[in-house]
Design a protein around this ligand. Structure first.
Ligand code: F6R
Length: 251
């Protein structure tokens, strides 16, 4: 049984945001409880990166125990511009190998933003709408408060589009490009803040002290494009699952 500690929210966090503080090794299971509610055929918005890895591992364990995941429909948050879906460093490759394949989800149920034009972004928005919208959206948070690749400066109205990545974001992701910043793509296609907020439920996962300042600003600071994650305060159903290090500025 997973032990969870409910963290008392600080004003002015929205009353409908749940913040669940758990040990780092329980984050995956607690977050998976929310995702499991939309099995067997819900629409799941998936983040890539390291934060949700434990959540995907927990879902894979649950599938082995009988949870039907094969009918889930996946929409990724973002993708680098200029990396082909066959490139192992692409988010398309991550979604295939870390999420879809182990959960038995067929390729036709998996969408990842692709392209570099406004029309490509609009097509992605239509694809989400055609599936009835996202039931549960998983997000991580960048050290600068980004969600998806909505870097500081992204406002509440943004939709799927091409963005320029902050240098800090490219540095944080350089480890996947042999540590060579010059190889990290400069642009990405990302769901916008408005796209993310139109999901019916959002689960934010965060661990580690490096996320503490951004998470505190997101949850208790002003709602501002300076910290795009702060727009989550406007959403009626957000669950934050984070470890004590990520929440250390709340205590
Ligand atoms: C990934 C994404 C990003 C990451 C964020 C945190 O699809 O949209 O917002 O969630 O950069 O990355 P990690 O989890 O690797 O620290």
């Amino acid at each position: 049984m997973t032990e969870t500690t409910l963290h008392a929210p600080l004003a002015p966090i929205s009353p409908w945001t749940r913040v669940v503080m758990v040990d780092a090794d329980a984050i995956g299971d607690v977050a998976a409880d929310v995702v499991a509610m939309i099995a067997p055929d819900g629409v799941l918005g998936v983040a890539t990166g390291s934060s949700p890895l434990a959540l995907y591992a927990a879902l894979i364990r649950r599938r082995a125990e009988g949870l039907a995941t094969e009918g889930l429909r996946l929409f990724a948050l973002d993708e680098y511009v200029g990396l082909d879906a066959s490139d192992p460093r692409s988010y398309a490759a991550y979604v295939r190998s870390v999420i879809a394949r182990p959960l038995g989800i067929p390729a036709e149920n998996v969408r990842v933003p692709r392209g570099s034009t406004g029309a490509d972004g609009a097509a992605y928005e239509r694809a989400i709408a055609a599936e009835g919208g996202v039931d549960v959206q998983i997000v991580g948070i960048g050290r600068n408060g980004h969600i998806g690749f909505n870097e500081p400066g992204s406002d509440a109205e943004t939709r799927t589009r091409v963005v320029e990545l902050d240098e800090s974001t490219r540095r944080a992701n350089a480890e996947h490009f042999d540590g060579d910043l010059s190889r990290v793509p400069t642009h990405a296609m990302t769901q916008g803040v408005a796209t993310i907020l139109s999901a019916r439920r959002i689960v934010l996962v965060a661990s580690g002290a490096a996320k503490a300042a951004a998470l505190r600003a997101a949850l208790t600071g002003p709602i501002t494009p300076d910290n795009p994650a702060s727009f989550l305060q406007r959403h009626p159903d957000v669950t934050v699952v984070a470890d004590p290090d990520a929440l250390r500025e709340h205590r």
